[in-house]
Design a protein around this ligand. Structure first.
Ligand code: ATP
Ligand code: MG
Ligand code: MG
Ligand code: MG
Length: 439
């Protein structure tokens, strides 16, 4: 992509309304634009990161055996009356009436709808286990939308729903998603720690929230230091091995970790002082096991091996990709701007032509651009005729992992500079070696 054709509305001034660093940086880097309170457009740079986040989530959901579907955003109130949640949900739900006077709503979550899909076609235990997920916009009329896409009213959620014949197998479904989440967050380049959580309006008896530690987080968290060093299961993890999965979950839930709502000060304070971390965290994922809470009232039953009908056991598993984009920035930035983990960077490489119009610079840049692109690298080529200082500032602000800087003197003598955004390290490299170094 050439900068001259890329829509990148960089802001020079720091926006006053933005209270925290990720919101400031996302606005300054032209990633998002506010359309109304708690409602944002994702502009090209932001959309690229959001897509990468979703792609990793999707890969790990698929690896764990979940099936992707896509349910509508607008739902019928009748389904929610069946579960009893239509009246319970309260003011966070955006209620809508259609032209025929029917009650509709903009979905804040999809337990009812997915249960309806399930009961319409699954009858036998032989079709289980089943996990259906989608990545779809949700609306919650938050009392206090704030911090940009960290707490917006319209936001993207990946929500998965598991269906099983009994408690034991649905606990395995829960473990499967727990492990998939550990892998997902690691691939996104963040440390998200599972903590015992309150189940809130979703209900149920078993639940964990995944939180990224950040001083701007809205939740107080208390955890054992061991979590910072714990190992994430590798790509080869067997999602059919119930005992293996349970073991991973046990390892990851044994040291103390709780959000303030679930905190037991006595237990925590009994730990050696050096092991105790009291910090703040951002909730980026939340998984629930709630058994037959929805299947019973909605009559979603399956026939078991004994020929008897039983309500299906369910769990639901949410991750917020739009919130994650901001949360990753909260965890990874410096004074100059964003520092993207490689896996979610909007481009792999930023190529800076310090003097467009200079024949040597132009030729060197075109060759590097073509070579990197052919090698499968995503390159943002700053081919614009602007001040070198502004080019450097923009490239640092948008946080691409590697920069290639081509100036007239270097181009003439056959050299360019490589800069690592995270470490700031700069090295002079012969032009002919640039592509090889970066691919
Ligand atoms: P919070 O405690 O922050 O209000 P929640 O507990 O209400 O979140 P869940 O119902 O658990 O949220 O939804 C699953 C995930 O959806 C959350 O872990 C989060 O990543 C994301 N999410 C929820 N609300 C928002 C929001 N207002 N803006 C962006 N993402 C959100
Ligand atoms: Mg909420
Ligand atoms: Mg919460
Ligand atoms: Mg939650």
């Amino acid at each position: 992509m050439r900068m001259s054709r890329f829509f990148l509305p960089i802001l020079k001034e720091t926006p006053k309304e933005a209270e925290i660093v990720s919101h400031r940086l996302m606005l300054r880097a032209g990633m998002i634009r506010q359309q109304a309170a708690g409602s944002y457009s994702f502009l090209p740079l932001g959309k690229r990161v959001l897509d990468k986040v979703c792609a990793i989530i999707r890969e790990e959901q698929n690896r764990a055996g979940a099936n992707e579907i896509l349910m509508p955003t607008i739902q019928s109130a009748d389904l929610w009356r069946e579960s009893g949640r239509y009246d319970d949900y309260g003011k966070e739900m955006l209620r809508i009436e259609d032209r025929h006077g029917r009650d509709m709503l903009f979905g804040p979550t999809n337990e009812e709808m997915v249960t309806d899909i399930f009961r319409s076609s699954v009858r036998s235990y032989k079709d289980l286990p089943l996990n259906l997920y989608h990545i779809q916009w949700k609306f919650r009329d938050e009392v206090r939308p704030r911090f940009g896409v960290l707490r917006s009213r319209e936001f993207l959620m990946k929500d998965a729903y598991s269906f099983d014949i009994d408690y034991e197998s649905s606990k395995t479904a829960y473990d499967r998603m727990f492990v998939a989440y550990l892998r997902t967050f690691q691939r996104l380049g963040v440390k998200a720690i599972p903590m015992r959580a309150d189940t809130g309006p979703i209900g149920g008896e078993l639940s964990h929230e995944f939180l990224i530690l950040a001083s701007t987080g809205e939740s107080g968290v208390f955890l054992h230091r061991d979590y910072l060093e714990m190992e994430t299961p590798g790509e080869g993890v067997d999602f059919n091995d119930a005992a293996g999965l349970a073991k991973v979950v046990e390892t990851w839930t044994t040291p103390y970790a709780a959000t303030e709502d679930m905190h037991e000060a006595g237990t925590f304070d009994a730990l050696p002082e050096a092991d105790r971390i009291a910090a703040r965290g951002i909730e980026v994922g939340h998984i629930f096991h709630f058994g037959t809470k929805y299947s019973e009232p909605m009559n979603a039953v399956v026939t078991g091996p004994d020929g008897k009908d039983t309500p299906v056991f369910m769990g639901s598993y949410g991750i917020g990709p739009s919130r994650l984009v901001a949360a990753i920035i909260e965890a990874s930035h410096d004074e100059a701007g964003i520092i993207w983990p490689k896996s979610v960077a909007p481009f792999d490489v930023g190529l800076i032509n310090m003097k467009p119009g200079d024949a040597d610079c132009d030729a060197a840049c075109e060759a590097i651009y073509a070579g990197l692109t052919a090698a499968g690298q995503d390159v943002l080529y700053d081919d614009e005729d602007t001040r070198a200082g502004a080019k450097f500032a923009t490239m640092d602000l948008i946080g691409l992992p590697m920069q290639v800087i081509v100036g007239p003197r270097g181009a003439k003598s056959g050299e360019a500079e490589l800069k690592n955004r995270a470490t700031g390290e700069r090295t002079a490299v012969p032009l002919a070696e640039i592509v090889g170094r970066l691919s």
